[in-house]
Ligand binder design. Structure first.
Ligand code: SF4
Ligand code: SF4
Length: 244
């Protein structure tokens, strides 16, 4: 019997699930290896036991917490999918900006039915067995982690910072253009996607293990920047969670 896999979404934009659906033909190869028994984007609810549960989205309400605990009970392995599930992600902006005012500003009187709540990473509620970072996740990384899980191998993520990938791609340093960047402390693995597109790194992949703060301070000093300059950037993807 093929390993049974489920995909579950909580508070998030479902962009991570769409990235997986966009794998197209590669996804068909995956379907040779596993049986996808639950995936709301394409099929209904089944409530059966699973070998692997992929969980997208942060946990904001009590009913989400209860549902997550049920999924954990049903699943041998539970893997977070994307920054919302991994870090609480950009959903944390809801609290930073004042939830009720933000909802009113966006939805007006239609906001009354919306239920607020504190956005939390999945690992704060239940134990996890691995994580796939990013906003959205990288499809290729998803496939390699799925293969590792099926072979019962460790699901290792790159242990070096994004700056390494920038240098390998010979991209100009964002700091040299007068813009702050989280590249020195963020986990590599996206091939410096945003930098290549002319933007800065806001940290969707979370902090690298043991980020070298003293080196980062030196970079900030070199470019006449202070720690305060980067704190706003840390808030975008709630990197404070990783600091704890
Ligand atoms: S991590 Fe990003 S792409 Fe994935 S669900 Fe959250 S907001 Fe959407
Ligand atoms: S450059 Fe930074 S923000 Fe952009 S995808 Fe990579 S880790 Fe995420």
């Amino acid at each position: 019997m093929k390993p049974r896999v489920g995909f579950f979404d909580f508070t998030g934009c479902e962009g991570c699930q769409l990235t997986i659906l966009n794998l197209a033909e590669k996804l068909l190869d995956v379907l040779d290896l596993v049986e996808v028994v639950e995936f709301r984007e394409v099929q209904g609810h089944c409530n059966e036991d699973l070998d692997i549960a992929f969980v997208e989205g942060s946990i904001c309400r009590l009913d989400e917490e209860k549902r997550l605990r049920m999924i954990r009970t049903r699943s041998k392995k539970l893997i977070t999918l994307g920054a919302c599930a991994d870090l609480a992600g950009i959903n944390i902006a809801h609290e930073e900006a004042g939830g009720a005012e933000l909802a009113m500003a966006v939805y007006g009187s239609d906001s009354k039915h919306l239920q607020g709540g504190q956005a939390r990473p999945v690992s704060v509620i239940v134990p996890i067995d691995g994580r796939i970072p990013g906003c959205p996740v990288d499809g290729q990384e998803f496939l390699s982690i799925l293969h590792a899980l099926l072979l019962d191998r460790p699901t290792n993520l790159p242990a070096f910072s994004l700056c390494v990938e920038c240098k390998l791609a010979e991209l100009p340093c964002t700091f040299e253009q007068g813009i702050v960047c989280l590249g020195p402390v963020v986990r590599a693995g996206c091939n410096a996607l945003c930098i290549e597109g002319g933007d800065r790194c806001r940290g969707c992949r979370g902090l690298v293990d043991n980020p070298r703060e003293s080196s980062y301070h030196r970079v900030l000093e070199t470019f006449n920047r202070s720690v305060d300059d980067i704190l706003e950037e840390y808030r975008t993807y709630n990197l404070r969670i990783d600091e704890e």
